[in-house]
Design a binder for this molecule. Structure first.
Ligand code: HEC
Length: 174
């Protein structure tokens, strides 16, 4: 009896931790704070999107859209929809933490569990990606919540001076 109880206890812990893992996603996307560079943060300080009723997107959503379609869509499909080769990132970000998202992009990942070998390249040394991690995250977070559809953003907030300064520093420009 005691043994069965402990098995059940272990199973319950397993289920509970599974629940926590599923809730590892970013949670409530409501933008509560705007940084000087134009980046919006949610209540936990995680980058998020801000889309006005008239369809104006924050700068990071717009920039992320552009970066995604220059460096990610070849494998992950247009608009974060996924392909036969790589997962739909609009779904991935629902269950991934912000930190894990950045980690996979910086270090890459190799799927060796299937017969087909699918490789996520490491982008940590590629400034065209590494300097725009938050942009990519914010765009995909908006896609994951269906807050933004499959279209190119037409109206956007202005690029801020602080954003340009950080971008230039990251890209090694003066
Ligand atoms: C050469 C193809 C390729 C390119 C380009 C690429 N990826 Fe990937 N990516 C993959 C593959 C394949 C996987 C799945 C790897 C695995 O299963 O371990 C993946 C996995 C990921 C994951 C983890 C998803 C999950 O559900 O666990 C993230 C996040 C990610 N990629 C982001 C990006 C971003 C952002 C870009 C653009 C900067 C990008 N990738 C460009 C092939 C690519």
């Amino acid at each position: 009896m005691r043994k069965i109880c402990s098995v059940i206890a272990v199973m319950m812990i397993f289920v509970a931790s599974g629940g926590i893992a599923a809730a590892d996603g970013p949670g409530d996307p409501t933008a509560v704070k705007k940084e000087d560079d134009g980046k919006w943060l949610d209540k936990d300080g995680t980058p998020t999107y801000k889309i006005s009723a008239d369809g104006t997107v924050d700068w990071f959503t717009y920039s992320g859209y552009r970066r995604y379609h220059s460096d990610c869509h070849v494998c992950h499909g247009p608009d974060g929809m996924g392909s036969t080769y790589a997962p739909a990132l609009k779904d991935s970000v629902k269950s991934m933490s912000y930190g894990d998202f950045i980690g996979v992009i910086a270090s890459g990942r190799k799927n060796i569990s299937t017969a087909q070998e699918n490789v996520m390249p490491a982008f940590g040394d590629n400034p065209n990606v590494a300097c725009y991690m938050d942009d990519l995250y914010v765009y995909l977070r908006a896609r994951s919540d269906e807050a933004w559809g499959r279209q190119r953003p037409a109206k956007k907030e202005d690029k801020t001076k602080d954003y340009t300064a950080a971008e230039d520093a990251c890209m090694g420009k003066k």
